[in-house]
Design a protein around this ligand. Structure first.
Ligand code: MN
Length: 200
């Protein structure tokens, strides 16, 4: 069973004006699709081709001989998780259990925003910023390239933000901090974070 590109949870123009349809045409339509296509080529005829995406990622993590499989598989998973981490008319302060946990573990929403923004801004080169639940508390993490908290058995991802240049360059050029502020202010999907926390 080949890995397929999951549908976007909204129309390609639904995040505009914050993230444009043009960005989604490239980022979802070209980049995410390319990770799917590359992964299927790499797995063609191999036993792993029958495994779930999650098992392919866990089974190739940390194995230099499987770096291509890991990078493409993890990027397929990370991007799907990223699309769901945003929604039209999202952003602003969290609600529900995530809001309570952020207050308990960061001190408040402003402190969380500062930690998450800093993780995204200081991830040198390509990578991701994450909110995860690990060992009974929330944490902000950053990962380079395709690395993902999915390979940490103690962590459950709640949200992610792509900070590869292809995520923001068409809309924000080099202004990564403006993209991060827009993600938090207008796009972040706290319903998704709450649904993930409920499974942690
Ligand atoms: Mn990306």
């Amino acid at each position: 069973m080949a890995i397929t590109l999951p549908p976007l949870p909204y129309a390609r123009n639904a995040l505009a004006p914050h993230i444009s349809e043009e960005t989604l045409n490239f980022h979802y339509g070209k980049h995410h699709q390319a990770y799917v296509d590359n992964l299927n080529k790499l797995l063609d005829g191999k036993p792993e081709a029958k495994a779930s995406l999650e098992d392919i990622i866990k089974g190739s993590a940390g194995d230099a001989a499987k770096a291509g499989v890991f990078n493409n598989a993890a990027q397929v998973w990370n991007h799907t998780f990223y699309w769901h981490s945003m929604k039209p008319n999202g952003g602003g302060a969290p609600t529900g259990a995530v809001a309570e946990a952020i207050k308990k573990d960061f001190g408040g929403y402003d402190e969380f925003k500062q930690a998450f923004s800093q993780a995204g801004a200081t991830q040198f080169g390509s990578g991701w910023a994450w909110l995860v639940a690990a060992n009974g508390k929330l944490e902000v993490r950053k990962t380079p390239n395709a690395e993902t908290p999915l390979t940490d058995k103690n962590a459950t991802s709640l949200l992610t933000m792509d900070v590869w240049e292809h995520a923001y360059y068409l809309d924000f050029q080099n202004r990564r901090p403006d993209y991060i502020g827009t993600f938090l202010g207008h796009l972040v999907n706290w319903d998704f974070a709450n649904a993930n926390l409920a499974k942690a």
